[in-house]
Design a protein around this ligand. Structure first.
Ligand SMILES: *[C@@H]1O[C@H](CO)[C@@H](O)[C@H](O)[C@H]1NC(C)=O
Ligand SMILES: *[C@@H]1O[C@H](CO)[C@@H](O)[C@H](O)[C@H]1NC(C)=O
Length: 363
């Protein structure tokens, strides 16, 4: 997120007597989160965000995670994005939290035991589409977000390793992936939108020359449909290959390549969009049954903020995948307008172009 945090910081500095008298007034870390490099998870310090005395306080969790830190109250902020069977998304520490209030403190919630993190409760995921393209891997998922502590009905927001103060959201959150060959590599550029019982997450190949473009972090108000255009469906679990998308915010109109400028939040709700994002083609999809792949997960009841039972069992799912003919998705999205979280409002963009519908773009 960019806009809201910088406004909040400015307001804090201007209005709070404490901010001037005794509290820290510096917001920037010595090294921005996105510039920190770790060869492997074993090379991580206990806390990646080690600067003290900064405006947003200290890192909520930690980065050395192992079997002793793996339970449903884990504060592990080292995340993995390996495959459709084995990935993590960010979620709040405490039940019934909104994304806007907790984006800086989110912890890893994973689909598979073994990373020292919390686990996404069994059955919480109701659909997943995993896609690997030449430059990135992405997941679009449907879920009962309350099971990863996001307040029901919250339309959410964006997490990425930047943020107004360059400490990232969550602060100190790092991601590794084996999806780009070899051992787990640190993912430098990524973005994650969650809200409205949906999420999307893209991890860009750290060796890719355009990682910062594909995983752009400035379009925090236009959600999954514009940042990760997709044709994922609830109740379908599948893993596919796909083409690269256009860079978020970049589109072609009358043969001209254009770049969208997201208006400042102070200008009010985003009521119109000048384009419909193009959903890239996907192919070689394999579908599977979730219960065969997501094994060893705790039940929802085990997820509490202060003392859920530790997850038992760490049987790794044998894929159980069945092959299906590739589904090339059409050139145009049946556009849906997005809030700043992941959810879509399900109204065709064509019909809303030029029409003000304030309130759909909840902030
Ligand atoms: C496991 O993680 C904890 C918490 O970060 C850490 O204190 C401990 O040293 C780790 N254990 C091993 C064997 O790495
Ligand atoms: C979870 O793990 C932490 C770190 O080992 C421990 O302090 C805490 O008591 C555990 N909580 C539960 C509910 O097992």
């Amino acid at each position: 997120m960019i806009g809201s945090s910088s406004i909040a910081v400015a307001a804090l500095l201007a209005l709070s007597p404490f901010a001037q008298a005794q509290a820290p007034t510096n917001q920037f870390p010595q090294t921005p989160l996105a510039d920190k490099r770790y060869d492997s998870p074993a090379a991580l310090p206990y806390k990646v965000d080690s600067d003290t005395g900064l405006l947003r306080g200290s890192q909520a969790g930690f980065n050395i995670c192992n079997s002793t830190t793996e339970n449903q109250s884990s504060l592990c902020q080292t995340s993995y994005f390996n495959s459709v069977e084995d990935f993590c998304i960010w979620g709040p520490i405490e039940k019934d939290s909104t994304v806007a209030d907790t984006e800086g403190e989110m912890v890893a919630w994973c689909s598979k035991p073994g990373h020292g993190t919390r686990l996404i409760p069994a059955g919480a995921l109701t659909g997943i589409q995993w896609i690997k393209t030449p430059d990135y891997v992405q997941a679009v998922g449907f879920l009962d977000q309350s099971q990863i502590n996001i307040k029901a009905g919250d339309w959410g927001g964006e997490m990425d390793p930047h943020g107004a103060d360059l400490r990232g959201n969550p602060m100190g959150g790092v991601i590794f992936s084996t999806a780009f060959g070899g051992s787990a590599k640190q993912v430098i550029e990524w973005h994650n939108f969650v809200g409205g019982n949906k999420f999307c997450f893209k991890a860009c190949d750290p060796a890719g020359p355009n990682a910062a473009h594909f995983c752009e972090h400035i379009y925090d108000r236009i959600g999954c449909d514009y940042n990760i255009p997709n044709a994922a469906q609830d109740k379908v679990f599948e893993s596919c290959l796909g083409d690269n998308q256009d860079y978020p915010g970049v589109y072609t109109s009358n043969g001209q390549v254009m770049t969208y400028t997201q208006p400042a939040e102070s200008l009010g709700a985003i009521s119109t969009m000048p384009y419909t994002p193009k959903v890239p083609a996907s192919s070689s999809c394999s579908t599977f049954e979730s219960a065969k792949v997501y094994t060893g997960l705790p039940t929802a009841a085990a997820t509490t903020t202060s003392g859920g039972a530790a997850a038992t069992g760490s049987v790794s799912g044998s894929a159980g995948a069945t092959s299906k003919a590739g589904t090339a998705v059409g050139a145009k999205a049946t556009g849906t307008a997005a809030g700043n979280g992941a959810g879509s409002v399900g109204i065709s963009l064509v019909s809303v172009m030029g029409v003000v519908f304030a309130g759909l773009f909840l902030s």
